[in-house]
Design a protein. Structure first.
Length: 206
């Protein structure tokens, strides 16, 4: 079955990632159901109000946080050139009611659907979900560009917010998850440096 890669949308450090099912203690901070989080993910470090154990998967599979170290760079969707176009959907459901955060852009969710043809035609290739997105592009179809040097398809879709918001957003970072017929790069670990456009994170089959 043919496949393609989706690459890191920002440069930064992996501060949480899916590490397999773990036994999580009861969570008193309103971060979600501990038994559900035990089946979906784990924080890598202890610098989180909800940590150090669990990281919830919000919508799909194998969540990953990439910290910018305080910067607010553009978020650049980047994939192999089979992705000729994307469709962007927006919602505002990134933070739970008990997280102490209910304002945009911290609650912003962006879903990026990938297609092999222009303007959504051709083969549907899967989708990726991004959370905490500032300065989002509008809902609709977009044709990707080809990046010089790498030959990857790309599209600037927003930027990383500054500041913090309750327990949901503890500082500038991007949370994203793979959806559909895909796998995560199993060699990734906490503390790894992610390079935008160069570090592959998800592999999709179609």
């Amino acid at each position: 079955m043919p496949g393609f890669y989706v690459y890191a949308p920002i440069t930064g450090t992996v501060t949480s990632c899916w590490t397999g099912p773990v036994a999580c203690p009861a969570d008193p901070n309103g971060c979600g159901n501990s038994s559900q989080m035990a089946a979906t993910g784990k924080y890598c470090g202890g610098a989180y109000t909800c940590g150090p154990c669990c990281h919830p998967s919000v919508s799909c599979n194998e969540p990953q946080d990439i910290s910018t170290g305080g910067g607010t760079p553009d978020i650049v969707f980047t994939a192999d050139p089979i992705v000729a176009s994307i469709w962007v959907g927006l919602a505002s459901t990134a933070c739970s009611s008990g997280s102490g955060c209910s304002s945009l852009p911290y609650t912003r969710v962006m879903t990026v659907y990938m297609y092999s043809g222009l303007n959504g035609i051709g083969t549907f290739l899967g989708f990726v979900i991004f959370f905490h997105v500032n300065n989002t592009i509008a809902i609709g179809y977009y044709i990707t560009s080809i990046e010089p040097g790498t030959g990857h398809a790309y599209k600037v879709i927003g930027s990383v917010p500054s500041g913090s918001c309750g327990r949901c957003y503890t500082g500038p970072h991007l949370h994203w998850e793979r959806c559909g017929n895909s796998v995560v790069n199993s060699s990734l670990s906490c503390g790894d440096t992610m390079l935008r456009r160069l570090s592959w994170v998800f592999r999709y089959s179609y």
